[in-house]
Design a protein around this ligand. Sequence first.
Ligand code: PLP
Length: 220
Amino acid sequence: MTIKQNVRKILSELPAGVRLVAAAKTREPREILEAIEGGAGIIGENYVQEAEKSREAVGGRAAWHFIGHLQRNKVKKAVEIFDMIETVDSAEIAREIDKRCATAGRTMPVLVEINSGREPQKSGVAPEDAEPLIREIAALPHIRVMGLMTMGPLTGHPEESRPCFAETKRLFDRIKGLKLPNVAMQYLSMGMTHSYRVALEEGANLIRIGTGIFGERPRK
Ligand SMILES: *Cc1c(COP(=O)(O)O)cnc(C)c1O
C-alpha cells in the first residue's frame, strides 16, 4: 500500500474524536506531503533541524508536533516551528519554552511526557511527579498544558504497554479533575504502530504512527 492509502486506512478505523500524528522522523518532504494528501492533519517530528527543513518544504498544510527529546539549545528554533510540544518533562525546559515564547509573542500548547514504564534511561517524568510539575508549569504565562503523552515499552507484545497506558489515563483523569488554572487536559497522546490499538482501548485520543504509515525506517 502507498503512504496515502495507509493514512486513509488508519483514519477510517479511528473512533470519533481521536486524532492521528504522522511520526515523520527520517522521512523526506515528499513522503510527508503524501501523508497529508491522505488526510494526515498533524506531522510529528523528533528533530528540530529536520523539522525545519520539512516544514519549509511542506508549509502550513498540517500542524507540527514536536515528539522527540527537546534540548535546551533547540528551544528557540522549536518555538518558531511547532504548534505543540508533546514532550515537556522538566520545569527547566518549560521555563525555557516560556521565555522563548514570550520573546516570540506566542503561547505554546504542551503535553507533559510521562515515563509510564519507569525506565531510568527514558525521558519523561515519573507518574508521581507529574502533578507537581504541571502545577509549576501552569504558572508560566506563555505555556498552556493541554494533556499528557507517554511512550510505554518500545518492544515486546503490545499487551505489555496496557498497564502503562492505563496508569497514564488514570493520571490524566485525576489531573483533569483538579481543574487547575491555565491547564486544559484535552489530549492524551499514547500508542505507536505496534501499540495504538491497545492505546485506543485505554483512552488515547492522539496516536503517533510512523512505520504504519511510511513503512520500515531504513536502518542507519
Ligand atoms: C518514532 C516515534 C513514533 C512512531 O513509531 P512507529 O513505531 O514507527 O509507529 C511515535 N512516537 C514517538 C515519540 C516516536 O519517536
